[in-house]
Design a binder for this molecule. Structure first.
Ligand SMILES: Nc1ncnc2c1ncn2[C@@H]1O[C@H](COP(=O)(O)OP(=O)(O)OP(=O)(O)O)[C@@H](O)[C@H]1O
Ligand SMILES: [Mg+2]
Length: 305
């Protein structure tokens, strides 16, 4: 087991009398893109502000590369790259000069680092252009290059796809994946663009009212212990329904002669064998694909905004 690069441990945040974040715990591993999902006001930005040290933690701890952000801020924060709100760029400087300017504020950034970062976010060809001429997507990319100048091990982005058009969103997704993989960086991204998160992330957490609802792998529906809906076409659906209710499940749908059950992958295997052993012919078994959006709505019971 690899050590997590970012670890939230029973984090709580009170603002005045309001309990904004409650016992929030999750880990982000190197090389992984971790999505942080939740409806408006769930506490995503508040959490991110705690992770990057912009606001205090009421109780619990956040560890970055095993340094505590509360007890060892200086060591912890050196591993963090982030864009807070909008990237801080100077419109009248070129892309390269913006990075040079920023590099002067941190230690050990070489010209080669700047060149390499511009390549990574595919802005080398416009390095001599003024940022005022950049599109929003280009500015976002330059912001990421800037956030990565000091070789962080964790990249934290609050709604990085906000305001981008579909092509921009896709581009952002591609290079965040590239950054995670090539640089083995742990990336935490918040969003409520569910379909987008599904394509971008390896795992995601859903929070609601400051509490963790669940942490899941994006592709978890193929796992043995995760339930999905299955449709079974069988020659004797009524008999099958009765037998399944007796033996395997509490609820069986029967629509248009098609059986529908919500079971784990492990159980569907047993059900297929069981029906066959009871002299029924199975014509087809289909797993209904559940999108991340379905799972989000299920987890938050429809309270999406
Ligand atoms: N400075 C503050 N003082 C009091 N309450 C605050 C403060 N900042 C945030 N909150 C409250 O904390 C809760 C979480 O807000 P937060 O901005 O973290 O949500 P979010 O998940 O980022 O939402 P969005 O999707 O709209 O960006 C909200 O109920 C908000 O009103
Ligand atoms: Mg927010």
């Amino acid at each position: 087991m690899q050590e997590p690069m970012l670890s939230l441990q029973k984090v709580n945040k009170m603002i005045g009398r309001n309990h904004i974040i409650r016992d929030l715990s999750f880990d982000v591993n190197p090389g992984e893109i971790f999505g942080f999902l939740g409806p408006n006001g769930a506490g995503k930005t508040t959490t991110i502000r705690m992770v990057v040290g912009l606001t205090g933690i009421s109780s619990g701890d956040i560890r970055i590369n095993d340094f505590s952000i509360t007890k060892d801020y200086k060591n912890a924060i050196q591993y963090v790259g982030t864009i807070v709100e909008n990237p801080e760029l100077y419109p009248y400087l070129t892309a390269e000069k913006n990075l040079l300017h920023y590099a002067r504020m941190s230690k050990n950034v070489t010209k080669e680092d700047i060149k390499q970062r511009l390549e990574l976010v595919r802005l080398s060809h416009v390095r001599d252009q003024k940022v005022s001429r950049f599109s929003l997507g280009m500015k976002q990319r330059l912001g990421i290059a800037q956030a990565m100048l000091h070789n962080p091990k964790v990249l934290i982005l609050d709604e990085p796809t906000n305001g981008l058009d579909p092509a921009g969103v896709r581009e952002m997704r591609d290079y965040l994946r590239k950054v995670a993989k090539e640089e083995n960086i742990a990336i935490l991204v918040s969003s409520h663009l569910l379909s987008e998160m599904e394509l971008m992330c390896d795992r995601f957490a859903i929070i609601q009212n400051g509490k963790l609802v669940k942490v899941e792998e994006v592709s978890s529906e193929g796992q043995m212990d995760v339930a999905s809906f299955y449709r079974i076409e069988v020659d004797e659906p009524n008999k099958a329904k009765k037998l399944l209710l007796d033996k395997y499940v509490d609820e069986v749908g029967l629509d248009d002669e098609i059986i529908r059950v919500n079971v784990t992958k492990e159980k569907i295997g047993k059900i297929i064998t069981f029906l066959t052993n009871n002299d029924m012919t199975i014509y087809e078994v289909i797993r209904e694909k559940q999108t991340l959006e379905d799972r989000f709505l299920e987890a938050t019971e429809g309270e999406v905004s």
